[in-house]
Unconditional design. Structure first.
Lengths: 381, 300, 333
């Protein structure tokens, strides 16, 4: 027993010393990498959202390479350090602290709002600017952090886009369905307000479990209510099944989904026949941006014919915006950089012109309505 | 009226899946008093094995005809049944005499292993079944009932009937019932207890796998976490019917399926699991023997 | 001799832990903080599973009760953190009694399922209720302060949780060696015999369950102010499993073992970042292997005070509760 005690204590001591040692090493390499400007990247690269995360990481790497090939910024090269937030608040906090301890100049990333809420706080405490290409809960800017910048349209903008489209298509009776995730519930709540403001009525407001596969009870219920349009604000896995089962049960009206369901997989899961006519509110991917052909071609060439993901173009924009701000700040100092990002005026990026309002969010929304036609996404208006 | 019929019909399909899984729970519990936490994951495994086999079949150009589907279903049931037997041999048999806590934790470990092993093998993403079942059907009293739904319920009923015949008519079935009653005596009578326990795991696993393949084909998507919640629900069904009782498991599954569909209709989808779990706790506390369970004097 | 050696080791360990913030960077400090949270949680669960032998698969529910109580009281009613702490703990004890009283008389595997169901119900409630901020949870929880000094940095929380962890370890250790602890272990080893000896098993089990709840809730309260934002995702079934894993890995009922288990459960995944996808697979296999080959854990508990007893403790723990009516030779075949 005594042997055990001392062995374990020794092991623990070694572990903690090793930890301390690692820590020092980390700081050392951070300091010795003075030639490069280290940019933190915080994305879900494992878990259920890994696909979108990887698509974003690819675009970020592409942008970095392009900038470095063009001579870098401030005479230095950009280098990224990727940390995995796994879309989990606890993991995101640890990952954010990891980036902070590596002395990153700025951070690009944030996919799930739930994970970005706490991680943005870590960067706020360290005074490190964070540019968020995807997460768009209205709660993010509501925190009032001066280090946090959002370049995706916000949830209220998306809800408004959906409500406008419904109003324009005489859909007065609207059913809202969310999957109980922070993001989807937010969007459904804003959509409710927007629909009611434009004179429509919300005839059903339902929640489902994200892992659910059987929506027959919901379909039966909605069929009885007969809404003019149903808007599902959750993710594609449930969305695809819902489209399919609603079609089979013959639920009436338009079917619209939010940008969490903006994925080729929703067509695959629903089946091309059932997905025909499906509407999506989303920020258009590179394929729909007129001046982004070069980006799409290059992306496909670099990543083995893989098409860019829903947030690839935005991630690409985030890096370019950061590089531009670094040039204008002419320094890697956190305060100067923060100020430069804040002062961004009409920055021309793929599919959007970026200027920030008082909340550090876009002053014009970039949402559009897409429609599935012939098994493919097309612009609806 | 049409809503009621529709709800009952939809509930019947889910209930059939619950029943098939609950049977495995009940059989294993009846024979060695083990709550096999990993049982729901065998359902998931069945869905994935079926997915891979169907992909191979449709990939080779023959296309998945009706015959193909039946062959895939049977093959999946055999493969996963063997995996179930393997799990019993490797993880549970060495622990049959250990404290109950140990074997429960082992079952939990097996469950984690199967879930994450499947995630590594097939990916964390939802996979889409390479099969689209027909959406045509009959209109019964205003409710839409598809041929697929009827087919699935029919297959499930056949499987359950087969099981019932096996248990009540064959020698092995007799041995199972005997072991559930008194293992030591069975051993003295010259019954190969190990073999029969292995067979029980095989049957339980293959029924769950059958449900998994059918659910995969019916809904169209599979992923590695699909067994967790449904495993709990099936357990609820087994308890509802009376754990250890085979007709109880069938009845419990169908009842739970219909109650859940009705509950979703009334309370909304996000409360569905709360309804099921509260029901489970209530039954365990108020009437642990369920609807058809026998009164057993057992404690701890 | 052995005692003084042990004391020196413990003192050394404590010194290293106190100095850690000065030796380590933010990242490892965060990992260490998380590990200390797990030490507290695992010690709480140790009382329930390790001492009293009640398999609780929904322990994260009490972690959630603490976190949400503090979160709601601080954001909605603007209480001071230090006031919410006892309230959260008392509330968790009440919840523990409400859930435990009807269910603790159930068989151990039924109890496991009931606690699992209870854990899921708490999580689903947190997602669905508006008072808990539904799916996005509660954010903007203020920082606690001590006499004007606001705890805000990582280091502050590290020391806070370090103190709590040391207290929890001491408390659980004392509980284990007390009259209560002996009663729990008696119940765990042989319930009938315990009852025959005049131990009220239901009350004792309820007490263990509630004490576990109180400790878990305390960790939850601190977690809420440390993260300043809480969401239902942090209180999932996986969280319950990881805490249980820490207890089982370290050694059921063993105080130092459970500490070691908690550190391993947090530190290993961080060290094994490169094999991210494999880690739960490895954990699952480890659980099975552990139960078969070393059910007493990495650092087993000593049950008897005498030195000879510590050597035979594994066999003492194995088999005695086996209510499966089988004879041994049959299964050696």
């Amino acid at each position: 027993m005594r042997k055990w005690t001392s062995v374990i204590t020794a092991a623990l001591l070694t572990l903690s010393l090793g930890v301390a040692g690692c820590a020092n090493q980390g700081q050392l390499s951070g300091a010795s990498g003075g030639e490069d400007i280290l940019v933190g990247v915080l994305l879900p690269v494992t878990g259920n959202n890994a696909t979108d995360g990887k698509d974003m990481q690819n675009a970020i790497e592409m942008a970095i390479k392009k900038i470095n090939d063009g001579g870098g910024v401030l005479g230095k090269k950009l280098k990224i350090e990727v940390a995995d937030d796994g879309c989990d608040p606890q993991m995101a906090t640890t990952a954010a602290n990891k980036l902070v301890s590596q002395n990153v100049v700025a951070v690009v990333g944030g996919y799930c709002s739930g994970a970005t809420l706490p991680s943005s706080g870590v960067f706020k405490n360290a005074n490190i600017p964070m540019i968020v290409p995807a997460a768009n809960s209205a709660k993010l800017p509501a925190q009032g952090y001066d280090t946090l910048f959002l370049i995706n349209g916000l949830t209220p903008d998306q809800a408004q886009t959906a409500a406008d489209y419904m109003a324009a298509n005489q859909a007065k009776k609207v059913a809202l369905v969310h999957d109980n995730s922070a993001y989807a519930k937010d969007l459904a709540d804003f959509a409710k307000a927007a629909v009611e403001k434009s004179g429509g009525t919300v005839v059903a407001y339902e929640a489902i479990n994200p892992e659910e596969k059987d929506f027959s009870a919901l379909a039966t219920k909605l069929k009885g209510i007969a809404p003019d349009a149903t808007y599902f604000t959750g993710y594609y896995a449930a969305g695809g099944l819902m489209v399919k089962q609603f079609k089979q049960k013959g639920v009436f009206g338009l079917f619209m989904v939010g940008d969490g369901s903006f994925s080729e997989d929703i067509i695959k899961i629903a089946g091309a026949d059932q997905a025909e006519g499906l509407l999506i509110t989303a920020t258009p991917t590179a394929e729909f941006i007129p001046d982004a052909e070069a980006f799409t071609t290059e992306y496909k060439q670099t990543y083995g014919n893989l098409a860019p993901g829903p947030f690839s173009a935005l991630s690409y924009n985030a890096v370019n915006l950061l590089a531009d701000a670094l040039k204008r700040a002419n320094s890697t100092d956190h305060d100067a950089l923060k100020k430069a990002i804040k002062e961004t005026k009409d920055f021309q990026a793929l599919g959007q012109t970026i200027s920030f309002n008082a909340q550090n969010t876009l002053d014009t929304s970039n949402f559009a309505v897409l429609k599935v036609a012939g098994g493919k996404f097309t612009l609806a208006k | 009226m049409d809503i009621l019929v529709q709800t009952l019909a939809d509930g019947l399909v889910i209930g059939a899946f619950y029943s098939l899984i609950a049977l495995g729970y009940t059989m294993v519990f009846g024979i060695i008093k083990l709550l096999n936490f990993a049982h729901g994951d065998l359902y998931m495994l069945g869905a994935f094995v079926g997915y891979t086999l169907l992909s191979l079949l449709s990939g080779s150009g023959t296309g998945a005809g009706l015959m193909g589907i039946v062959v895939v279903l049977l093959l999946t049931m055999v493969i996963v049944g063997l995996i179930g037997m393997g799990i019993e041999r490797v993880a549970y048999r060495p622990l049959l005499l250990a404290p109950r806590l140990s074997i429960l934790i082992t079952a939990l470990g097996v469950s984690l292993f199967l879930e994450n092993g499947s995630m590594i093998a097939w990916g964390a993403q939802y996979q889409v079944y390479p099969l689209q079942l027909s959406h045509d059907g009959w209109n019964v009293l205003g409710a839409q009932i598809t041929y697929t739904q009827m087919g699935l319920v029919l297959i499930s009923a056949l499987l359950m009937l087969g099981l019932h015949q096996f248990i009540s008519r064959t020698l092995y079935g007799k041995a199972m019932r005997a072991i559930a009653h008194d293992q030591t005596a069975c051993h003295l009578m010259g019954i190969d207890v190990h073999k029969v326990i292995g067979l029980t795991f095989f049957i339980g696993a293959s029924l769950a796998a059958g449900a998994g393949t059918m659910a995969g084909a019916y809904y169209g998507t599979v992923n590695f976490m699909m067994g967790f919640i449904i495993g709990l629900k099936a357990f609820t069904a087994a308890v509802l019917g009376g754990i250890g009782s085979i007709p109880g498991a069938m009845l419990g599954g169908l009842l739970l399926g219909m109650m859940e569909t009705a509950g979703t209709f009334v309370f909304g989808g996000s409360w569905k699991d709360v309804v099921a779990f509260s029901l489970l706790i209530l039954i365990l506390v108020l009437r642990p023997t369920g609807i058809m369970g026998e009164k057993v004097t057992e404690r701890m | 001799m052995s005692l003084s050696r042990k004391k020196i080791s413990v003192a050394l360990l404590l010194i290293v832990l106190c100095l850690l913030p000065f030796l380590s960077n933010n990242y490892w400090l965060d990992v260490a903080t998380l590990a200390l949270f797990y030490v507290v949680l695992a010690q709480g669960l140790n009382v329930v599973v390790g001492f009293a032998g009640l398999l609780d698969l929904g322990y994260a529910a009490f972690f959630a009760v603490g976190a949400y109580t503090t979160g709601i009281l601080m954001t909605v009613y603007h209480w001071s953190f230090w006031l919410t702490l006892p309230v959260a703990m008392a509330f968790a004890a009440v919840v523990g009694v409400i859930v435990g009283a009807p269910t603790l008389r159930l068989r151990s595997d039924y109890l496991a399922i009931v606690t699992l169901g209870f854990g899921e119900i708490i999580r689903i409630l947190a997602i669905n209720l508006s008072i808990t901020g539904s799916a996005s949870g509660i954010y903007g929880i203020p920082r606690p302060s001590i006499g004007g000094y606001v705890l805000s940095g990582q280091m502050d929380f590290y020391y806070l949780i370090l103190i709590v962890a040391v207290l929890a370890v001491l408390a659980v250790r004392r509980l284990g060696t007390s009259r209560l602890g002996r009663a729990w272990m008696y119940i765990r080893e042989d319930e009938d015999a315990a009852e025959a000896m005049g131990i009220n098993r239901i009350n004792m089990k309820l007490l263990a369950y509630s004490i576990g709840a109180v400790i878990g809730s305390m960790a939850g309260s601190i977690f809420a102010v440390k993260m300043s934002a809480i969401a239902p995702l942090s209180f999932s079934f996986t969280q319950s499993i990881m805490i249980l894993l820490a207890v089982v890995l370290g050694g059921l009922g063993s105080i130092p073992g459970v500490v070691l288990g908690a550190v391993l459960v947090i530190a290993l995944p961080e060290l094994l970042r490169s094999v991210e996808d494999w880690r739960y697979l490895i954990f699952g296999a480890a659980l099975v292997a552990m139960m078969i080959f070393r059910p007493q854990g990495l650092w087993p508990a000593r049950y008897e005070v005498s030195k000879t007893a510590s050597r035979v403790s594994p066999s003492v723990r194995k088999g005695d509760e086996a209510d499966v009516s089988l004879d041994v030779e049959k299964y050696n075949a």
